[in-house]
Design a protein around this ligand. Structure first.
Ligand code: FAD
Length: 428
């Protein structure tokens, strides 16, 4: 039997160290550095690199990567347990070198990049010297990438990129963008586009404006215009027409990593809710003694644990199959479940905190907004529900019979026919 729900003691020791390090060194950064991905922020330049050094010394840098790329190659299950701790602070992944979108961008550069691309873009990205941005969504719509119109036209030894992209996170801090563009409009829909690595300072790349997510003080999502931006022929990442294949390589990992970190936000909301319920008095007793509050706590724990187990099982299946195609349904399920769990638990935690809960002095409003962001980033929830249902239905068949195969009178008649001989003569 291999069903186990416990962590190896030696890895637990690492998790305990990470837990202390996060509480004492990393989480306080959130109050003095405005935005974790802004590695050029003067406070970040002073405070973050020494912590990253400590993480390297502990052998915990870039835990999403295998040893060939300078990571420890823990696999996704251990990464899930680690991300459950790192997700408590936006600085967690930055200090440990596994932040989105850079982790996904590094994955595709490692997989598809030329030696030159790896040297110029991947190596400094893995060292944490630079950050990157993924530029795919367009102002006219993101859920249907076959409708994107940003185009790259070959001109001699160069590609010329024109069009607009929307919500390219962290573009303002990035050194390079990974851009999806149409290279053959007449090809079948999933072979029309290709991926390019574009330095941000390429003439013709203009950040029209940086858009803030509601409630954030910094505007971190780039609305970008590519106006005849010329890049050399070898800026292509992967094959011509292979843009979708490259995107899928990155998005599978990205989605499950978001979910791993979301587990920690849910846990945090749950812990705060329990503490408040036990501390706050009303009518001579604590909130914890009120049954409607108890129901909120019970429902939250059930949702949290169901989600966590789904995430861990999915991580385990990624390790087992080593092929994202075999776990597409699992990842779609995790992605679709994530916003609701975070939304529900954070909302109940807010409610239990009363007026303090809705105030800016507590993090619940931000957590609830994060649940909406998680329902869109890397694809809208509905798209994942549809994909999940399609994949699940492949394992089922229609019946040609008049009644469904679970029809009770039909099953009873079959059972009676099967046992007719043995039961003959019994009074029933
Ligand atoms: C925090 C955050 C960070 C992001 N970062 C990036 C980034 O770095 N790079 C990047 O390229 N993009 C990024 N995005 C954009 C993200 O990929 C898109 O928001 C997402 O793909 C949805 O596209 P859209 O916003 O255009 O919504 P639309 O495609 O307009 O969809 C709107 C709504 O319509 C419904 N809908 C759409 N299609 C279907 C369907 N097939 N079935 C049922 N309902 C449907 C859903 O309710 C959906 O929410 C980010 C988004 C967020 C919120």
């Amino acid at each position: 039997m291999t069903w186990r729900f416990e962590t190896d003691p030696d890895f637990q020791e690492k998790l305990d160290w990470v837990d202390r390090f996060m509480t004492e060194e990393v989480e306080p950064l959130d109050f003095v550095i405005e935005y974790a991905w802004d590695i050029h922020d003067p406070a970040s330049r002073i405070l973050v690199p020494p912590l990253q050094e400590k993480v390297r010394e502990k052998g915990l840098w870039a835990c999403h990567l295998g040893p060939n790329l300078g990571g420890p190659g823990f696999g996704q299950l251990k990464l899930a347990l680690l991300n459950e701790v790192l997700g408590r602070s936006p600085h967690g992944p930055i200090v440990f070198g596994c932040q989105a979108p850079d982790s996904g961008n590094a994955e595709i550069l490692a997989h598809y990049g030329t030696d030159e691309q790896k040297k110029r873009f991947l190596e400094p990205l893995l060292r944490g010297d630079i950050v990157s941005s993924f530029s795919m969504t367009e102002p006219r719509g993101g859920s249907d990438p076959t409708g994107f119109s940003t185009a790259a036209v070959r001109d001699g030894d160069e590609w010329v990129i024109s069009g607009e992209k929307w919500f390219s996170s962290n573009a303002r801090y990035a050194d390079f963008l990974i851009v999806l563009a149409v290279t053959d409009p007449d090809a079948p829909p999933h072979q029309r586009q290709s991926m390019f690595v574009v330095p941000v300072d390429t003439p013709g790349v203009e950040i029209v404006r940086n858009v803030a997510s509601f409630g954030h003080t910094t505007a971190d999502h780039g609305y970008i215009r590519y106006d005849g931006a010329r890049v050399p022929a070898d800026a292509l990442l992967g094959d011509v027409g292979g843009g979708f294949a490259v995107a899928q390589t990155r998005l599978g990992g990205g989605r499950i990593h978001h979910a791993m970190r979301t587990v920690s936000l849910v846990k945090r909301a749950f812990e705060m809710m329990c503490e408040r319920a036990l501390s706050r008095q009303t009518k001579g007793t604590t909130l914890a003694n009120l049954q409607l509050v108890q129901a909120m706590i019970a429902d939250s724990w059930i949702q949290m644990e169901q989600f966590r187990l789904l995430v861990l099982r999915t991580a385990w299946r990624i390790d087992k199959f080593d092929d994202y195609n075999k776990v597409r349904a699992d990842i779609a399920a995790v992605k679709a479940a994530m916003p609701t769990v975070l939304h529900d638990v954070a909302s109940r935690a807010l409610q239990v905190h009363g007026s303090l809960g809705v105030s800016e002095e507590m993090p619940f409003g931000e957590m609830i907004m994060e649940s909406y962001r998680m329902g869109l980033a890397d694809g809208a929830t509905e798209v994942h529900q549809v994909n999940l249902a399609k994949q699940l239905l492949r394992h089922h068949e229609a019946t040609a019979e008049l009644f469904p195969s679970g029809h009770l009178p039909t099953l009873r008649a079959q059972a009676e026919a099967k046992f007719a001989e043995q039961l003959a003569g019994l009074e029933r």
